[in-house]
Design a protein around this ligand. Sequence first.
Ligand SMILES: Nc1ncnc2c1ncn2[C@@H]1O[C@H](COP(=O)(O)OP(=O)(O)O)[C@@H](O)[C@H]1O
Ligand SMILES: [Mg+2]
Length: 189
Amino acid sequence: MREFERLAAKNKGILSPQIMQDYQQVGKGADGSVYRLSDEWCVKIYPKEETFRKELDALIWGQKSPVVPRLYGHGSNYVVIEYINGITLKKYLKDNKHFSTEIVEKVLYLLDELKKVGFTRHDAEVRHILFSEKGDIKVIDLKRYLMTDRTVPTKLLTGLDKLGYKKEFLEQVKNLQPSRYKEWEPFID
Ligand SMILES: Nc1ncnc2c1ncn2[C@@H]1O[C@H](COP(=O)(O)OP(=O)(O)O)[C@@H](O)[C@H]1O
Ligand SMILES: [Mg+2]
């Protein structure tokens, strides 16, 4: 960590993939590159300042919920956050070939938490929902959570549909929380 702090200070709080080349890259999306700093910490670097701002705001906002990665610090174009050592919902379903009630309940809890913290996007993609080693559910990639208005998890349902688990999921939601299912029903195709 000391070494990383020195590197960040030397570069005046602005990092790039080039500067981070000696660190292990754990992921890369359209908006950022993520590098591992230690067992529990990683850094996400953004080429666009606007995306950095949006995600930083959402991370700050989300600190009151255990489903949002801990925020440890930030520079001018990066955030230092909790590294979630685990598997995505997508991988979980591919490996287990079964959507257990326990996992459905965790997903519904995640959606409840998104609403509770005040995010306007109550949705998450299957590749952005992670289960930690302890089995805790977490959501990553939060740049849209204060921007998009969406109370029905359409991205989640689209992802589950592609994996062949939409029906199984919805049937369980219907049994577990009929009122929630009713809210979603008009938007389900
Ligand atoms: N906190 C984290 N813990 C573990 N892996 C992460 C974390 N944040 C991001 N990643 C990995 O990096 C990838 C890209 O991160 P993401 O936040 O989705 O970037 P983008 O905004 O570019 O889509 C993720 O799909 C995931 O594999
Ligand atoms: Mg992403």
